[in-house]
Design a protein around this ligand. Structure first.
Ligand code: T4K
Length: 395
């Protein structure tokens, strides 16, 4: 509930006025589905005394997700990062692997954590996804694979990346952390590359509190990943792979089962908000709401706004003004992985080859979306930006 009307700059919290919202408006406020079902399932877990280690609810969730995505195998994990690490390990990646820099840090960390060098390729500034030409330029004799990221739930250029992988004998997998329910050329994401990795973190469109999964049509790879998730055990007393503890617990699976049925409703709310944001913001000079196109499905979970050169206020200034109002807008994924300390030290000059990543990282704002956002929130966000740029010259 907004607490004030913003008409001029003096109404802004950055200028000493009280904030527009008493409670923070978050990006990534968790979607909570059928609470009653969740509590029933949780009580069932306690009655059964089966809390983790491939329990019945995890198996039910895996089978539901596999059929929803139209893929043979879904292996649920404790989170998306461990799912990435296990998939990378099971695929036998080593040496160098090409990834975008403009992604959440976990994509790069999952490689670095296993002493594999992430090599950052640039993105297409219109889609924010990997640019296949840049990927080609990054291939060296040490390259063993490519990890495409379906950023904001919009599919990476799957066919082009597969062609490059085939031509150079590289493995291709996808970080599909944002892409639950999205499509590429009409086909649900989950079946592309050797495998795809989902995140079901609390802040995702579909969540299991913490969680993730690897999905694949490859029987052998699925079996290896399943064993690696449980220390590499193949039956009692017999370890046949290096493994880790990547298991999803039953309470998380219960949350997933309770949330799955409401997923389409969440997407509908997000789409409605996306339209409202477009109507409210697209006529502000230099501001544009990122479109996902009508030909593919997307959860519209990420409400991405770009602040262009024509805008009389800078991106950081707008974020600061919104945050002062308790609207916790985010600068995902600024400044880009290559500028974060572990990778900046590895590649101090990487930015020279990543002009689009740097430009996009410098102009994106992610705004709140989901059930907590209503028309008042959207118009308040508009009012903040309009008041901020009031009377400033437009270039
Ligand atoms: N690959 C990609 C491309 C990813 O985006 C991610 C995760 C991964 C891989 C790895 O998957 P996981 O291992 O996480 O499953 C958040 C999430 O923690 C992260 O999962 C997500 N991407 C990333 C895009 O966003 P932060 O550091 O921004 O989270 P934080 O704590 O600032 O929370 C975001 C907002 O949500 C805050 O305003 C608070 C609010 N919030 C958060 C939680 C957890 C709530 O209101 N309630 C909550 O329970 O990373």
């Amino acid at each position: 509930m907004a607490t004030k009307r913003i008409q001029t700059t003096k109404d802004l919290a950055i200028n000493g006025a009280p904030p527009a919202f008493e409670e923070p408006l978050h990006v990534g406020r968790p979607n909570i589905g059928d609470q009653k079902r969740f509590l029933e399932l949780t009580s069932q877990i306690l009655d059964n005394r089966w809390l983790t280690n491939n329990g019945p609810l995890v198996r039910e969730l895996e089978s539901k997700i596999a059929s929803l995505l139209g893929v043979k195998h879904c292996i649920a994990m404790c989170n998306g990062t461990v799912a990435l690490e296990i998939a990378i390990r099971a695929l036998g990646l080593e040496g160098e692997v090409i990834v975008p820099s403009y992604t959440f840090i976990a994509t790069a960390h999952a490689l670095h954590w296993q002493a594999i060098t992430p090599v950052f390729a640039d993105i297409d500034p219109s889609t924010h996804n990997l640019d296949p030409d840049s990927v080609r330029r990054m291939i060296t004799p040490r390259t063993t694979g490519i990890i495409g990221v379906h950023l904001w739930g919009r599919a990476a250029p799957v066919d082009e990346l597969q062609a490059i992988a085939d031509e150079h004998g590289l493995k291709l997998m996808f970080d599909a952390a944002h892409a639950f329910g999205s499509t590429y050329k009409g086909q649900t994401i989950g079946s592309f590359g050797a495998c795809e990795v989902l995140s079901f973190h609390a802040t995702k469109a579909f969540n299991t509190m913490e969680g993730g999964a690897v999905v694949t049509n490859d029987d052998e790879l699925a079996e290896t990943i399943r064993l690696m998730r449980n220390f590499g055990f193949n039956g009692y007393d017999n370890v046949i792979h290096p493994g880790t503890n990547g298991k999803m617990i039953e309470v998380c699976a219960a949350m997933g089962l309770a949330n799955l049925d409401g997923f389409d409703d969440i997407v509908a709310v997000n789409r409605r908000n996306h339209d409202a944001y477009k109507r409210a913001l697209n006529d502000i000079p230099g501001i544009s709401v990122l479109e996902y196109g009508s030909s593919e499905r997307n959860s519209y979970h990420y409400l991405v706004v770009e602040v262009g050169a024509r805008c009389p206020a800078g991106r950081d200034e707008i974020v600061a003004a919104l945050q002062a109002e308790n609207i916790l807008a985010r600068k995902y994924f600024w400044p880009g992985c290559h500028k974060m300390k572990p990778y900046r030290d590895l590649y101090p000059h990487a930015g020279l080859l990543l002009p689009n990543s740097e430009a996009v990282a410098g102009r994106v704002i992610v705004l709140p979306n989901g059930a907590a956002v209503d028309d008042v929130a959207v118009s308040t966000i508009r009012d903040v930006i309009v008041a901020l740029i009031d009377k400033r010259p437009i270039s």
